[in-house]
Structures are given as C-alpha cells and as structure tokens.
Design a protein around this ligand. Structure first.
Ligand code: NAP
Length: 284
C-alpha cells in the first residue's frame, strides 16, 4: 500500500490565513478593522487557552480582538446582557462564546442570543439550520475546518461513505450535514451505537469527534480510509490511536497540527467575511 498522506493542518491554516490577510488589508483601506469578541465564563484552563489562541491568531492577522472574561458566578441574564451589548456594537463583527459555560448557565439560550450576522461559529439554531440546508454563511468552525482540509488535499467526498463518531451540536451533527451536502453517504455514531467497530470498518472517511483519547483503534480502519481526528484531549492527544491507525489509513490528520489550527484559521476567516459582508450591505 502507498504511504499514508499526513494531512498537515498548519499548512492548510497558513493557506487560509494568507487569503485572510489580503482581505484584512482591503478592509483597512476602507477604514474597517475586523473585530472578534470572545467571551469566556469561568476559570476552565483549557477554555482559557483556546480563547487566548483565538485572540492571538486575530492579532497576528491585524484583526481586533476583544476578550471578555466573566466570573464563574455569572448568571444567564448577565451573560445575555453582555451578548446583547456586543450585538449592538458597530465595531464588533463576530462573537464567540467559548463552550462549555458553567452548568448553571443556560448555554443554548446564550448561543441563541448571538445575532445571526455575528454568529461566526455557527452556534445559533438559525446558523446551524442554514448550514444544514447548504446556504449557511458561517458553518461551525471545526466542521468547516475538516472540509477545508479535505478540499486542500483534493480528497474526494461525493459518493464516499463517511462515518462520523459523535453527534454534538458544534461538531458531530454539523460535520455530518456538511458531508451529506457534499454527497457523501453519512453514518452518525454515538454512545448508543451498537457494534461501532462494524460501522467504522465500512468507512472511506472517518471523522472522530468523541472526546476520548485514542478511542478509534487501528483494526477498525478499512485500508486506505481517510481519517480526520477532531479530538483534542489532555496532553495533546486526539480521539484516534494515531500510531495504530496511520499505517492502515490513506490519509490522516495528526494531533496536534491537524484539525485544531485550521479551526482557528476558519474562525478568523469567518470574522473577516462578516466584516466584509457588513461593509457591502452598508454600501448598498
Ligand atoms: P461532546 O459534546 O462531548 O460529544 C461527544 C460525542 O461523542 C457525543 O455525541 C457522544 O455520544 C459521543 N460518544 C461518547 N462516547 C462514545 C462512545 N463510547 N461511542 C460512540 N460515541 C461516543 O464533544 P465535542 O464538543 O463534540 O468534542 C469532541 C472532541 O472534539 C473533543 O475531543 C473535543 O476536545 C474536540 N474538539 C476539537 C475542536 C478543535 O478545534 N479541534 C473543537 C471542538 C471540539 P452521545 O451524544 O450519545 O452522548
């Protein structure tokens, strides 16, 4: 069998960021600075790291980043008030509420409060629904990143059997919809799925979005399958047992350096697109 193709997320992210930079320069000529507001509630160290990485990526590309850090005691009403303020701000083009928020907060209600024009991570029902129908402006960033990696490496999707492990609203479900819209035959697996291994063994494309380190085993992989590992667990470990799966695969994303950097690049891309769209609408 041919050597597996290692899908280099850093390379894909650089390609996206290069195009973003050009768009930022164009906007700045018009006096517009794209701006992403991130909201972190509480002290979860991983969430704090993710938010910091997103802010840093913005700044490196000349995008304004407003970081709002609310205490863990914040109520749903207080969080909603913060989101409404950001919705009303003319200078903010994208809003990212870092998931998860503390359990006493109604996270769904908070996501729904984000204005659709600023929903750059596809978390509102409307944003999700539009992407599912195939005309969404800003699909959820990790699912969009997975598709970008496949497109960058020209990996075929149409007619392939994709098995997605996980059905979360931010990852498993939307990536399944995006793959379906690209004419894959999609099987969605979750914690109630029986004989998971049997399903994965049928897959031409495996998307791992489980949240369990090294969950996908080497002997589950059909020779030549394309493996996209969205997992990010403590110690930089993916949801795929990389060492066991790499030799069986046709192509595979490593962790780190796979889906993660492309997710961040996609978030900044969506923010810049939101700023461009607003400028276009205002000019009409
Ligand atoms: P999540 O909300 O916890 O969802 C996990 C999903 O996996 C659920 O649908 C769950 O099924 C399913 N699952 C759990 N155990 C299973 C089992 N034994 N067999 C089959 N399915 C099982 O997690 P998430 O937010 O989607 O995140 C998934 C992974 O992606 C995590 O590692 C996370 O860190 C990572 N992630 C990475 C990025 C990135 O930028 N790279 C972004 C977001 C998330 P049920 O629905 O039945 O409970």
């Amino acid at each position: 069998m041919d050597q597996p193709l290692i899908l280099d997320g850093l390379r894909v992210a650089e390609d996206i960021k290069r195009k973003v930079k050009e768009k930022v320069a164009g906007l700045k000529e018009k006096g517009i600075v794209p701006c992403l507001a991130t909201i972190l509630v509480g002290d979860d160290p991983s969430s704090a790291t993710y938010v910091r990485m997103k802010g840093n990526a913005c700044r490196k590309l000349g995008i304004e980043s407003i970081r709002i850090h609310l205490p863990k005691e914040t109520t749903t009403e207080e969080l909603l008030a913060t989101i409404h303020e950001l919705n009303d701000r003319d200078d903010v083009h994208g809003i990212l509420l870092q998931h998860p928020v503390p359990s006493h907060i109604d996270e769904r209600k908070a996501f729904e409060a984000i204005h659709i024009d600023k929903d750059v991570d596809g978390v509102t029902s409307l944003g999700y629904g539009q992407s599912a129908f195939g005309f969404g402006l800003y699909p959820s960033c990790t699912p969009a990143a997975i598709l970008s990696i496949m497109d960058y490496y020209q990996l075929p999707i149409a007619g392939k059997h994709a098995v997605v492990i996980g059905r979360s609203p931010i990852l498993g479900k939307p990536v399944s919809q995006l793959l379906l819209n690209r004419n894959a035959t999609v099987t969605i697996c979750h914690s109630y799925t029986q004989n998971l291994e049997h399903h994965v063994k049928q897959a031409d494309i495996v998307v791992a979005a489980v949240g369990k380190p090294r969950f996908v085993q080497g002997d589950w992989i059909k020779p030549g399958a394309v493996i996209l590992d969205a997992g990010y667990n403590k110690g930089n470990i993916g949801d795929v047992d990389y060492d066991a799966c790499v030799a069986k695969s046709g192509a595979i994303t490593p962790v780190p350096g796979g889906v993660g950097p492309v997710t961040i690049a996609t978030l900044v891309k969506h923010t810049v697109e939101a700023a461009e769209r607003k400028a276009t609408l205002q000019a009409q």
